[in-house]
Design a protein around this ligand. Structure first.
Ligand SMILES: [Zn+2]
Length: 221
């Protein structure tokens, strides 16, 4: 998957300067008002004063408009919110959300398969970076921030149940450390931690030799 940096002039700088915030940001999903190209033009227009962190197109294109550390101008006002995390935290959600727009307003929020896969991948990446729990409390729709004016964002055909099932079955990420210093990311499956062997071994001072024929990896010092 490839993220294309596009950039938008509309954002609040460095709302998340530190990764170890007391509470992780929320991921908010939206349906674009128009096409991927139209959304890009709108977010880059000097007069629109709106943006988002990411946009995902029908063919699985991923555009990034705003850095995750900055606050995108996405969610508008809070109006009769239903998401617990929004009610509890209060304030301007643009300061504690990372937002993704999906092309698909003409189809009521339904998304195509390559677009689904790109969105799934993107959400996993963001969640791993910010240690966001992969649950519906932390992955919300715009309609849960503004139930009055945005009841169809994302639209009624957005694949919520498939997405949450796929996210919840994601294996937990593990930070692999050497004497307290992180050296690689791995994951946990049935009590065993799996990780990138070359990265780990080289960090420990080993030379790694891979033999394609016998499918053997040899570590030596
Ligand atoms: Zn929206």
């Amino acid at each position: 998957m490839l993220i294309e940096w596009k950039g938008s002039p509309h954002f609040t700088p460095l709302v998340r300067p530190h990764r170890n915030l007391p509470e992780p940001p929320l991921i908010v999903l939206h349906t674009m008002a128009g096409s991927l190209a139209g959304t890009l033009a709108h977010f880059q227009s000097p007069h629109s004063l709106v943006s988002s962190h990411y946009g995902v197109g029908r063919k699985g294109e991923i555009h990034q408009y705003v850095d995750e550390k900055d606050g995108a101008w996405t969610n508008g006002r809070v109006n009769k919110p239903s998401a617990d995390q929004i009610i509890q935290r209060g304030g301007n959600p643009n300061r504690y959300t990372i937002t993704i727009e999906f092309e698909g307003k003409d189809r009521g929020g339904a998304i195509d398969e390559p677009q689904y896969q790109a969105g799934l991948w993107l959400i996993k990446q963001i969640a791993a970076r910010w240690k966001i729990p992969l649950t519906r409390d932390y992955i919300i729709g715009h309609y849960e921030i503004d139930s009055v004016n945005k009841p169809s964002c994302p639209g009624p055909f957005f694949p919520w149940s498939r997405l949450m099932k796929d996210l919840e079955s994601t294996l937990p990420m593990v930070s692999i450390c050497h004497q307290g210093t992180p050296i690689a990311m791995g994951y946990l499956d049935s009590g065993t931690t799996y990780g990138p062997i070359r990265k780990i071994a080289e960090a420990l001072g080993y030379t790694v030799k891979w033999d394609e024929l016998s499918k053997k990896v040899d570590l030596s010092k």
